[in-house]
Design a protein. Structure first.
Length: 188
């Protein structure tokens, strides 16, 4: 049985996710979050100290969701790109929240993103593929991940109007892009 405190935190976090996904950190309002959650503002501040703390909690939750989406060890960049693409398509609120975090907290974003609760963040997984010689090291893992997420997101707002074939076309574009980052196996 979940305690009232845990339930309240979850309701606040869910309301904050929707608010920050729509308005970002700068535009998000704690009063709207409190109203949507049926909680008072003081309770939010007691749990999260300030709006920044609440935003960070939402971003960490998004990072944990992404980490869960890519939780398996990937054999190549295609596999990782497919997992990230599916996350973007299937979890628009967390995706938008991460976009806001990237825009508003650029310096801390990838550090927050790699703090997924599962212990396997997207940056770490991409670095592992680089260390295994499967992905180019011409760019660091953060730069590649940033480009990959941006490419996955760039068309996302239109997915509601577009059909499955359009999603498949965009997936093919992402995969074609990431294949240019794969390292060709050395000839024996």
């Amino acid at each position: 049985m979940t305690s009232p405190s845990v339930r309240t935190r979850k309701v606040i976090l869910d309301a904050a996710r929707e608010e920050f996904a729509a308005h970002g950190l700068a535009g998000g309002r704690v009063e709207r979050i409190a109203k949507a959650a049926g909680a008072n503002v003081q309770r939010i501040y007691a749990y999260y100290s300030d709006k920044q703390g609440l935003f960070d909690a939402v971003v960490l939750d998004a990072a944990a969701s992404l980490a869960e989406a890519i939780r398996t060890e990937h054999r190549d960049i295609d596999s990782l790109a497919n997992a990230i693409f599916d996350f973007v398509v299937n979890d628009p609120a967390n995706t938008r929240t991460m976009t806001w975090a990237r825009l508003e907290r650029e310096d801390e974003f990838f550090q927050l993103m790699d703090t997924g609760q599962s212990g396997v963040g997207a940056v770490s997984e991409l670095a592992r593929l680089q260390d295994a010689g499967l992905v180019t090291t011409d760019w660091d893992a953060v730069t590649i991940l940033e480009a990959l997420i941006a490419l996955c997101e760039q068309w996302h707002p239109n997915t509601r109007e577009n059909g499955r074939s359009d999603i498949d076309r965009h997936r093919a574009l992402v995969l074609r892009f990431v294949r240019t980052l794969a390292v060709e196996p050395a000839a024996s």
